[in-house]
Design a protein around this ligand. Structure first.
Ligand code: B12
Ligand code: SF4
Length: 501
């Protein structure tokens, strides 16, 4: 039987998450093909490990999951090394990066196929076709180069009913990497936090979000019961006491949320997930109370902007407003759930003055949010375009002269890596002094309100930071905050927007 190697390139320096993307691909071939997993987060030299597996023979396929940013670097290094030494091995990339940028991926010369979105059916079907020398052109969710070198996309399949998917092969993963040691980290939520994914896609079409071209405004979730069963299994078998839900939008359905709360409450676990403010503003008080009682401690929301015109431009579904963002932060106080608000600053505007005015408006707005609910966690990103054909915002982006890199090597240059981390986008309308203003404000804000998710920061350190940054915050003096930066450096302050929520 041909063997398949699944690779999760390094994505974080610490707090490693269970590699759910390749684990679900492993589940799709479990029992049909022999597979091994290499996790770059846990393996000091993953390329050597991969080459040594291939050297043992029988291994014909390497599947790699790729997010933009540092993970792309590891994916390129491994793919190049494999193709150089074993050109006969087929390399298949999946995940958000190749789905959104198949051209540079396939033209690199070292990636043979891209899985476009979910791979649960597409991957085993592709392997079946390659194994039996059958045509693969009719397999849905596939991208490849045709004989003329043109990028060909097959139609997208309907989203799979999530309850029909097989259980993840945790036991087998544990044979490669000890789950308790590697994937159950101490976080703000608990001593042993595990990541779980209960739904795919998202029904909305925000014009800056990579989920939209990947899932085309579709969302499918596991039922509350299946989600609970899986989490109970994770708790009982692996000892998790807290859960991070990695769904793009866990709380789309109030009914499913409440049903899940009724089930999970007795397990006394703390949990976290991602949501939309407009959706959750419509949740009843009883539902929010049930969530808190069931252990929901913090929720990540895409607030994006307090400016209604920018919210329209970002296509936040048309129902989110600045007023609602503030009111909801205040409302969550009574339920003792911490809102984690993420903002996207630096969206395009016709003149530099307007870009600057939008930024200043939002910096001021963030202070208003903090004033009504000081516990609100603020995460600040700068707008990095995603290739969303047909969207008004993307048209504006292209008209400004912006273009994506043409090769994978360009993608991993330091400048584009920063773009991926949404820290320093190479967008023509955003000037260096505007980026400085955003970053300096962020430094001062993080001084006055250090994130609760950095569990190494004790009360004394927090107080010292507050003292140093407080005056600046009060008088809006954000330039050159070197003294705060120094303290952050000495205490290795962690920023959720860079190191992951
Ligand atoms: C967990 C996670 C992380 C973890 C790392 C996970 C890991 N692998 O180790 C952490 C927190 C470190 C992280 C960091 C970042 N992340 Co991240 N992350 C996620 C998250 C929440 C879940 C990914 C996941 O496990 N999904 C579960 C699986 C089952 O779903 P899936 O990945 O979609 O997989 C399916 C298909 O895509 C496909 N597939 C995926 N991989 C493969 C591989 C093969 C071989 C095949 C065949 C198919 C296939 O099949 C799977 C099953 O159907 C996603 C959002 C999301 N909900 O998906 C963002 C997401 C992928 N991250 C994103 C980004 C931008 C980042 C960062 C680069 C930037 C940032 N500041 O967040 C950083 C990078 C930091 C770094 N140092 O590398 C973006 C990507 C956007 C884009 N433009 O492409 C996403 C989509 C979030 C978002 N909505 O913006 N991330
Ligand atoms: S609601 Fe969130 S996940 Fe959904 S499209 Fe908007 S930003 Fe993306």
């Amino acid at each position: 039987m041909s063997k398949i190697l699944l690779f999760n390139p390094k994505s974080a320096n610490a707090k490693h998450r269970i590699p759910n993307a390749i684990l679900s691909i492993a589940a799709s071939i479990e029992g049909r093909y022999d597979w091994v997993i290499v996790d770059g987060n846990c393996d000091l030299d993953p390329v050597a490990t991969i080459l040594s597996y291939i050297g043992q023979g029988d291994l014909k396929y390497v599947g790699i999951t790729v997010m933009p940013g540092p993970q792309l670097k590891g994916a390129i290094a491994a793919s190049k090394a494999v193709k150089e030494q074993y050109p006969e091995v087929t390399i298949i990339w999946g995940g958000y990066f190749p789905t959104n940028h198949p051209g540079p991926t396939l033209n690199s010369g070292y990636v043979d196929f891209v899985i476009n979105g979910p791979g649960d059916y597409a991957f085993p079907r592709l392997i079946d076709a390659l194994e039996s020398n059958a045509p693969y052109e009719l397999i849905k969710n596939l991208i490849y180069l045709d004989p003329a070198g043109k990028v060909k996309k097959t139609p997208k399949e309907d989203l799979i009913e999530q309850d029909t998917l097989p259980a993840l092969p945790y036991d087998k993963l544990n044979g490669f990497y000890n789950i308790r040691k590697h994937y159950l980290g101490k976080t703000y939520l608990g001593e042993k936090t595990m990541a779980y994914h209960s739904s795919i896609g998202c029904p909305f079409t925000c014009s800056f979000c990579a989920v939209v071209p990947t899932y085309e405004a579709r969302w499918k979730a596991k039922s509350a019961q299946r989600t609970y069963n899986d989490i109970k299994y994770i708790k009982d078998n692996w000892g998790a006491d807290a859960i991070e839900f990695h769904d793009n939008n866990f709380f789309v359905s109030e009914k499913r949320t409440v049903e899940f709360c009724k089930l999970i409450g007795k397990e006394k676990m703390k949990w976290w997930g991602m949501a939309r403010i407009d959706t959750m503003s419509r949740f009843k008080d009883e539902s929010l109370a049930a969530m808190r009682d069931a252990g929901c401690t913090m929720i990540f929301f895409g607030a994006e902007s307090g400016n209604d015109a920018v919210l329209q431009q970002l296509d936040k579904g048309g129902t989110q407003t600045g007023k609602q963002i503030i009111e909801f932060a205040e409302r969550l106080k009574q339920f003792d759930i911490i809102p984690e608000y993420s903002f996207v600053l630096g969206t395009p505007a016709p003149t530099p003055e307007q870009v600057q005015a939008q930024i200043d408006f939002d910096l001021h707005f963030i202070k208003k949010v903090k004033a009504v609910n000081p516990n609100t966690e603020i995460v600040m990103y700068t707008y990095s375009p995603v290739p969303m054909e047909g969207s008004e915002m993307y048209k504006q982006v292209l008209a400004s002269g912006f273009s994506f890199p043409k090769t994978l090597e360009d993608w991993i240059s330091p400048a584009w890596e920063n773009f991926d981390l949404r820290k320093n986008p190479l967008t023509p309308w955003l000037k260096p002094e505007m980026i400085d203003r955003i970053r300096n404000f962020e430094t001062v804000l993080n001084g006055v309100y250090p994130t609760a998710t950095d569990i190494r920061l004790n009360t004394l350190k927090k107080r010292a930071l507050k003292l140093v940054a407080g005056l600046r915050y009060k008088v809006n003096l954000y330039n050159y905050p070197y003294e705060i930066k120094l303290l952050h450096k000495v205490w290795r302050y962690r920023q959720p927007e860079i190191q992951g929520f």
